[in-house]
Design a binder for this molecule. Structure first.
Ligand SMILES: Cc1cc2nc3c(=O)[nH]c(=O)nc-3n(C[C@H](O)[C@H](O)[C@H](O)COP(=O)(O)O)c2cc1C
Length: 317
């Protein structure tokens, strides 16, 4: 066997499928403006782990999504909490009240909330982009780590380490279960990262192109139209993010090339760009977060079919 774990009559058995109580080691990433209860429940029903992305939700909206998700699936699901969210304490209160079984924390210090979540019986996973922070997360008491490479869509680490180099390095630095992210859009990539030492694969960009994702159809079509080299990382001096190279990206990139101050970049960014692009479908002025794997996404397919194909037909998909 090339990797840890084994195929069973009913899916796959390894530390990640056992930790979450799922059939396949496939995790659908928490994504702002894309992953609400519809996407999360569809993935969980198909045997993966669906995640509600709380980063674009008011606390009451999150509560509603959790309640709808519980009605739509009896399988485990998770909530992603970006830790820099201004109302993070309200988000944490809702996941505890609603008995959410698993939380993926990101963009912040795992020391701050891990103990409280775990005291309430929640399995905690933290997202990192380096071996150093993977070790810090393990020391903070998380149950597993997601290591996300430079290819990934959305906010990204400053180290620029690609998934191929990151996963073996993280594997050597921690003993707890490891999930790989960044550039995984099909079964063959999932099994490749498992050969590198991961025990699960988090797919982000690929799940945006499903009917269940709440992203605007125009954004989904822009992803399908995107080819090799059509995304780039910008805003490295503020919060690095990988975007489609649309007119908004060009403006930000030009400002960075001219050596603009952080203040000027923040002013250019303004408020609500991500919602404008990804949820409202303004392809010129909005922020369009997506990964390099967009060059390999050619269609919109149901989330459940994606899970099945990735797990069971890796070399035809
Ligand atoms: C549209 C979009 C929104 C995202 N939003 C979040 C988020 O709210 N929280 C987070 O931790 N990661 C977010 N990410 C990163 C994903 O969780 C995931 O790690 C990443 O997409 C994996 O790389 P891939 O896009 O190559 O599959 C986002 C990614 C995308 C494409």
């Amino acid at each position: 066997m090339l990797f840890e774990g084994k195929f069973t009559e009913d899916g796959f058995d390894n530390r990640i499928t056992r930790l979450f109580g799922i059939k396949y080691p496939i995790i659908q990433a928490g994504m702002i403006w894309a992953s609400g209860w519809k996407l999360a429940s569809a993935v969980s029903n198909a045997g993966g782990l669906g995640i509600i992305g709380a980063g674009s939700m008011y606390p009451d909206t999150l509560k509603e999504h959790i309640q709808k998700c519980k009605q739509a699936t009896d399988k485990p699901f998770a909530v992603n909490l970006p830790l820099l969210y201004p109302d993070i304490d309200k988000h944490v209160a809702h996941v505890i009240e609603e008995n959410v079984p698993i939380v993926f924390t990101s963009a912040g210090n795992p020391k701050t909330w891990t103990a409280k979540l775990k005291e309430n019986g929640i399995t905690v996973v933290h997202v990192v982009s380096s071996a150093k922070f993977a070790k810090k997360s393990e020391d903070a008491g998380v149950d597993a780590v997601v290591a996300e490479g430079f290819e990934a869509g959305g906010h990204n680490g400053r180290e620029e380490t690609t998934t191929l180099c990151l996963i073996p390095a993280v594997r050597e630095s921690i003993t707890i279960p490891l999930i790989a992210a960044g550039g995984i859009g099909a079964g063959r990539a999932m099994y490749a990262v498992m050969a590198l030492g991961a025990e699960g694969a988090q797919f982000g960009s690929r799940f945006v192109c499903t009917p269940e994702a709440s992203s605007h159809l125009a954004f989904k079509q822009a992803i399908i139209a995107a080819g090799e080299g059509d995304t780039a990382l910008v805003l490295k001096s503020l919060t690095p993010v990988r975007l489609i190279k649309n007119p908004f990206y060009q403006k930000v990139h030009a400002a960075e090339e001219e050596g603009s101050s952080k203040e000027h970049l923040m002013e250019l960014l303004g408020r609500g760009r991500a919602k404008l692009g990804m949820f409202e479908g303004d392809l010129a002025e909005g922020e369009l977060e997506i990964g390099q794997v967009s060059g390999m996404i050619h269609d919109i397919i149901p989330a459940g079919e994606l899970v099945e194909k990735a797990a069971n037909s890796p070399f035809r998909f």
